[in-house]
Write a protein that binds this ligand. Structure first.
Ligand SMILES: NC(=O)c1ccc[n+]([C@@H]2O[C@H](COP(=O)([O-])OP(=O)(O)OC[C@H]3O[C@@H](n4cnc5c(N)ncnc54)[C@H](O)[C@@H]3O)[C@@H](O)[C@H]2O)c1
Length: 344
């Protein structure tokens, strides 16, 4: 009797994703940079991500969201996949549950079945930090020395490491988090590699910094335009942490995907654009700067503000490496969608 093909795939829990090398930031930086370049060269098919935001039943404020992020990476990768992500502000009070929890599915295109289902939580964290690092590499002044970070959570950790690696001239690091224990823990974790000064306000972190990065869960703007010095590079990885004036005064606004960003109503940048307060000519996609299609920094005094929307191509480029490494190392649990096909 002819043997049947089974739709087999591996399941990789977070422990296996770690064993397959997800925590290597130098690698994540290279891969996220590659994903932006591939995107710029037209080697990525990436429909808009679909965000559903759920308000808190009592206050009506946005507290929870889910995001569906499919993409196809061409070139040498040739892989389609999807990240299904979720965020909950309530998780800050739930020990053990991070603010964002994600899963990724990778597909075999020709056989039309999944080849991997994996935890995507650390992949999201690593690629988001790496995106901040790649943006800093292209947009910070080469002589940048001082960096101010706000937010010492999951993304705070990865964005710190990515920026410190991507801008090796940085020598002074300041960090603020409303939760000082988290700031201390992050500083202790990196103590052997970088000295981080814990400061007691967002202003103290931001003022006089050549590089500013924000990674908080705050929804309301709290960072003032006046705190940002001329020539600084800002990586805004959270949601609406800067007052409108900071965006309006930026010499260049850079995003990862303007076509998606401009329709994302909860983003202050999209609101300002839709209200006619921001000229689209001042907005660039990072990939176009990387590929020399449009200017990035044009003078040492430019204030450049990078805002991250988050793209599936960043996730899938890391996920593919994790999948290949996991297979080579024999990690994961082999699963099959069925034993005997029904109706085939
Ligand atoms: N752009 C992207 O692609 C992308 C991807 C993933 C997450 N994010 C965003 O990154 C942000 C951080 O996510 P996370 O997983 O690190 O969350 P987290 O809960 O692990 O960390 C958030 C930290 O911010 C601190 N914080 C909150 N408000 C603050 C304030 N006003 N001042 C100083 N510190 C403050 C909290 O104490 C906490 O330590 C979220 O807004 C999330 O949506 C963006």
């Amino acid at each position: 009797m002819k043997s049947i093909d089974k739709p087999e795939f591996i399941f990789l829990p977070q422990e296996d994703v770690i064993a397959a090398g997800v925590l290597d930031m130098a690698q994540a930086l290279a891969e996220v940079e590659l994903s932006f370049q591939m995107h710029g060269r037209g080697e990525v098919i990436q429909p808009n991500k679909t965000v559903i935001e759920f308000p808190d039943a009592q206050t009506g404020h946005r507290r929870y969201l889910t995001v569906s992020m499919p993409a196809y990476l061409g070139g040498q990768i040739n892989r389609a996949g999807i990240k299904w992500a979720a965020e909950s502000l309530d998780n800050g009070q739930r020990p053990g549950l991070p603010y964002g929890i994600d899963m990724i599915i990778l597909h075999d295109l020709e056989r039309a079945h999944p080849v991997a289902l994996m935890d995507g939580t650390l992949i999201t964290a690593m690629r988001t930090g790496a995106a901040a690092g790649v943006a800093a590499k292209y947009l910070a002044r080469p002589e940048a020395k001082t960096a101010g970070f706000i937010g010492a959570g999951v993304i705070g950790r990865t964005a710190f490491e990515a920026i410190a690696l991507a801008v090796p001239g940085l020598t002074e690091f300041r960090l603020f988090d409303l939760n000082v224990d988290k700031a201390r823990a992050l500083a202790a974790e990196f103590a052997g590699r970088w000295q981080i000064e814990i400061v007691d306000s967002a202003q103290a972190a931001v003022e006089n910094a050549d590089v500013v990065a924000t990674m908080t869960t705050t929804r309301a703007p709290f960072i003032k335009a006046d705190w940002l010095k001329a020539g600084c590079f800002v990586a805004a990885m959270g949601k609406n942490e800067f007052e409108a004036e900071a965006l309006l005064r930026a010499n260049r606004l850079v995003v990862d995907e303007w076509e998606q960003f401009k329709h994302y109503q909860p983003a202050l940048l999209a609101q300002l654009y839709q209200a006619g307060q921001i000229d689209e000519a001042n907005i660039a996609n990072l990939r176009d700067i990387m590929l020399n299609r449009t200017p990035g920094r044009s003078s040492a005094g430019d204030r450049i503000h990078f805002l991250s929307f988050g793209l599936a191509c960043e996730d899938l480029v890391l996920a593919e490496r994790i999948y290949q490494n996991a297979r080579a190392l024999g990690l994961g649990q082999q699963l099959s969608l069925w034993q005997q096909p029904h109706w085939v």
